[in-house]
Design a protein around this ligand. Sequence first.
Ligand SMILES: Nc1ncnc2c1ncn2[C@@H]1O[C@H](COP(=O)(O)OP(=O)(O)OP(=O)(O)O)[C@@H](O)[C@H]1O
Ligand SMILES: [Mg+2]
Length: 246
Amino acid sequence: MASSKPSPDLRPARLNALGEFAASIAHEVKQPLAAVTLNAEACMKWLDHDPPRLDQARAALQVVLQASVAASAMVRSLHGMACQAEPERDWLIVDDVLRDVLQLLRGELRQHAISLGEEFTLGNYQLFADRVQLMQVVMNLLRNAIEALKDVHDRPRALALRSALVDDALRISVCDDGPGIPASLAARIFEPLFTTRPGGTGMGLAICQGIVQSHGGCIWSEAGLPHGAVFHLSFKEYTLWTPSRS
Ligand SMILES: Nc1ncnc2c1ncn2[C@@H]1O[C@H](COP(=O)(O)OP(=O)(O)OP(=O)(O)O)[C@@H](O)[C@H]1O
Ligand SMILES: [Mg+2]
């Protein structure tokens, strides 16, 4: 007689996949939600100001709106990845996408006294990518850098986001001067569910790697000098936007 129970062999794999999917959603939603909370609080503060600072309140509310749109887009995107739907790719001006991500994190950077270096040199270079997925990757790397920098108390906290053409590939780099990644753990950080952080899901870098590889790119980390960690993304397929192509 046919049984509706999954075979014992398939069950752990399926549970694993479901567990990873649930962890991915929890992970991706946590980030924009943090931006919503922070900026909604800031908005209240500006409204309570005497006289109310409507310009600042509006700016904070604008970030709340962007973050909630980003959260829904990320859930849709993860659902699409889980169903193996075709990603929605387009030619994107990379530097514009990086600026949009930073917009969501500025409140948090201020809150943790982290100085930000923005070194965008790509100008009109474009990548054929899914916008939401590219934002997810950069956001995850920046979030990890922020987490790492929270442990720094004896020097200024610094973070840099860079874009450049390097060795004929389009490169995005996130550099922090936090405690860095111990050499003994470096090989494991991209494994799903691997985490050293209390409360971490360990899905951030696994999601990043999956997205970057599906775009034909690569992602790797190296030690920062003299401190910290550097994460690079590199893509060999790119183009330069010119007005005649639009
Ligand atoms: N910038 C960094 N500096 C130091 N260690 C890092 C950095 N980025 C990642 N790591 C290490 O890699 C591990 C895996 O990172 P990943 O983003 O996958 O998960 P997580 O950050 O621990 O959890 P979550 O993303 O759910 O918050 C981290 O626990 C940490 O040990
Ligand atoms: Mg993380």
